[in-house]
Design a protein around this ligand. Structure first.
Ligand code: NAP
Length: 299
């Protein structure tokens, strides 16, 4: 029997529509237009594509979108100055500095300089602490997207065993916190864990955030489990016409997993589309927080 696909594209579209409705409501009732400032340092091609997509999706849902492009040679103090200006700008409710930064610029210094209440990436230590303490406010976007997808197929997660492979600040740790908050029993696995396949086999909910193509094999999956594949890995897929062709694959051996899992996210089209949708949602959350307004229903 094949697993049911969790359609991240459809969920992301529905979330963007809810965000657009909330933005309209905030403007009508409070004259508030949530604003997101995105800072791009350098000319990394993948980052340029991400930033362009963020700006387009911001505009589509009615958010104010501001973009700052800086040369890779910028010195850290100048970058921190810009962040201080954005922290003080009342039109800006969310500040996002596109990562990775060019070599030589400290990501920690930049993340820590963003005001925690404008930190729509949710990476500031204050927001990590809020999440751990059960006071989650601005939570990293990809983990929130994963949690929404899991909730769509397992509305009650109480008592389920969730295994998260990967412990990055960006993905693994916040997902584990969200699953704990949803009353799962959570196990975190990483490169020093013993017998990751056995840990994975005990999971009702398995989240793979490793960055290794096809790392999770079909026989690591408990029959019927919910499998969330966060990985985005570009691998060679040469054709006769184009020997340099590549394609995106996840951290899960998809065809093998499909035959065992109950529900699974595809790559692409699973977790990926949720990330920007959750960024838009975080911008609305930040704007409501700044003005002391209750978050509109549906978000
Ligand atoms: P990361 O910072 O490189 O973290 C990878 C994690 O995997 C680490 O905790 C590492 O353990 C663990 N790991 C590595 N090899 C392992 C092994 N053999 N066994 C068990 N654990 C192992 O990566 P990340 O930023 O979390 O991203 C993970 C993946 O998600 C990447 O493919 C990335 O492209 C993708 N991603 C997707 C989105 C999206 O929007 N869909 C967003 C962000 C990231 P140690 O801590 O012990 O080294």
């Amino acid at each position: 029997m094949n697993a049911v696909l969790i359609d991240g594209k459809a969920h992301a579209l529905a979330l963007r529509q809810r965000v657009a409705g909330a933005v309209k409501q905030l403007y009508t009732a409070h004259g508030l237009q949530p604003g997101l400032a995105v800072v791009l340092v350098g000319d990394d091609p993948a980052s340029q594509v991400y930033v362009r997509n963020k700006a387009r999706q911001c505009e589509e849902v009615g958010l104010l979108s501001l973009e700052h492009r800086l040369p890779a040679t910028i010195a850290l103090p100048a970058l921190l100055d810009l962040i201080a200006q954005l922290n003080a700008d009342p039109l800006v409710h969310g500040v996002l500095v596109q990562l990775p930064l060019p070599a030589g610029l400290s990501e920690a210094a930049v993340i820590n300089a963003i005001h925690p209440d404008k930190d729509v990436d949710g990476l500031h230590p204050v927001n990590a602490g809020r999440l751990c303490n059960g006071q989650g406010f601005l939570v990293p976007c990809t983990p929130v997207g994963c949690a929404l997808l899991i909730r769509s197929v397992r509305p009650d997660m109480a008592g389920l065993h969730a295994v998260v492979i990967g412990r990055s600040n960006l993905v693994g740790k916040p997902i584990a916190q969200l699953l704990l908050a949803a009353n799962c029993t959570v196990t975190m696995a990483h490169s020093r864990s013993r017998d990751v396949p056995a840990l994975a086999r005990s999971a009702d909910i398995l989240v793979a955030a490793v960055g290794r193509p096809g790392f999770v094999r079909g026989d690591w999956i408990k029959p019927g489990a919910v499998v969330i594949d966060v990985g985005i890995n570009r691998v060679p897929a040469p054709t006769a016409d184009d020997p340099s062709k590549t394609r995106l694959v996840g951290d899960v051996a998809f065809d093998e997993a499909l035959a065992v899992a109950g529900f699974i996210t595809p790559v692409p089209g699973g977790v990926g589309p949720m990330t920007i949708a959750c960024l838009l949602r975080n911008t609305v959350i930040a704007a409501c927080g700044a003005r002391g307004i209750t978050l509109p229903l549906g978000l």
